[in-house]
Ligand binder design. Structure first.
Ligand code: ADP
Length: 319
């Protein structure tokens, strides 16, 4: 294979640039030409394709977001849209495509496989919700952003002796809430994957208050419901001075952590190796600190599981 391309798709995540850099540099190392597709599948349909030189990915390893931009494309979900995308790739003589994104983007990559384009998926999403990999690119940066924010909120929470409800991202997966809650000693962590008992949460708050706790932090994953509603309900049931902070898109940005940069570099390089061996229709991932690859269909048929033992541990430690 001589000519490959890379695109970023779906929600952006810190570390996508480090992955793009790794793909371009590893490709050139193996004497391939590497092209960048701008604006995800939408740009692919429209022919926003450019050759990326080795220098074009300089000075991006530390930057959040994606220099290739990202987009969501309804047109690409149609057979006509996919046909246009295939024609563009053929026009540029591109045989292999690496897609950095989430599970939706991987489904799109599988469609291109059906049209004879060799594709490999690199998991990039802050939600950590892709099955078959322990971590996705961007997750570590996101939880570090969250704990940085919670640490700051904690200062004001202590000063005013308040209870804070913090809503974090995660529509289907509670990983961000769970990891940041454990890392920040939250009193309660409410995630979609675990049953929660409001009375137990209230009891825990009251017990802490009686013991002289100056503040309490409760983390709510957005998939469970609105932080504001939780806040109102807790205020009503405890009478405590309660505030709500919705962290929102701040969780998506920022310079990637060392962990995410290293992960992105390893995964990007592995994706190129797979294309070199004509092993396509696969995603790359990390399991027990080993870089792995597996069939995308097999990966997508699995379910992502949050580590519930961490939820239990957080609950014990916040007693
Ligand atoms: P993510 O990759 O972060 O999960 P999305 O689910 O929004 O994000 O998917 C990104 C893009 O991938 C979509 O806008 C669409 O163009 C493409 N895509 C998603 N699902 C499919 C599918 N089943 N078939 C073809 N393309 C898809």
């Amino acid at each position: 294979m001589k000519r490959i391309a890379v695109l970023t798709s779906g929600g952006d995540a810190p570390g996508m640039n480090a992955a793009t850099r790794a793909i371009v540099r590893k490709g050139y190392y193996h004497n391939m030409e590497v092209y960048g597709v701008y604006h995800g599948y939408s740009g692919l349909i429209n022919g926003e394709i450019e050759k990326l030189g080795i220098g074009s990915v300089g000075d991006i390893i530390h930057r959040g977001g994606t220099v290739l931009y990202t987009a969501r494309s309804e047109e690409f979900k149609t057979p006509e849209g996919q046909q246009k995308a295939v024609e563009q790739l053929k026009k540029h003589g591109i045989e292999g495509l690496i897609v950095i994104g989430g599970d939706g983007s991987f489904r799109g990559a599988q469609k291109l496989m059906e049209h004879g384009i060799l594709t490999v998926g690199v998991p990039g999403t802050i939600d950590n919700d892709i099955p078959a990999t322990d971590f996705t690119i961007g997750f570590d940066t996101a939880i570090n952003t969250v704990i940085d924010a919670i640490d700051k909120i904690r200062d004001t929470a202590t000063s005013h002796e308040r209870t804070y409800i913090i809503e974090v991202m995660g529509r289907h997966a509670g990983d961000i809430a769970l990891w940041s809650g454990l890392a920040d000693g939250a009193e309660s962590i409410i995630i979609p994957e675990a049953f929660f008992d409001m009375d137990e949460i209230i009891d825990r708050l009251k017990r802490g208050h009686k013991r002289g706790k100056k503040h309490s932090i409760i983390i709510v994953a957005e998939g469970v419901g609105s932080g504001v509603e939780f806040g109102n309900s807790i205020k009503e049931k405890t009478g405590f001075d309660t505030r709500v902070t919705v962290l929102g898109h701040i969780q998506r940005g920022g310079s990637p952590t060392a962990f995410d940069r290293v992960l992105a570099s390893r995964l990007g390089a592995e994706a190129v190796d797979l294309l070199l061996k004509n092993e396509a229709g696969k995603m790359v991932g990390i399991k027990n600190n080993q870089i792995i690859s597996l069939d995308i269909n097999e990966a997508l048929s699995q379910k992502h599981h949050v580590d519930l033992s961490l939820h239990q541990l957080a609950s014990i430690l916040a007693i």
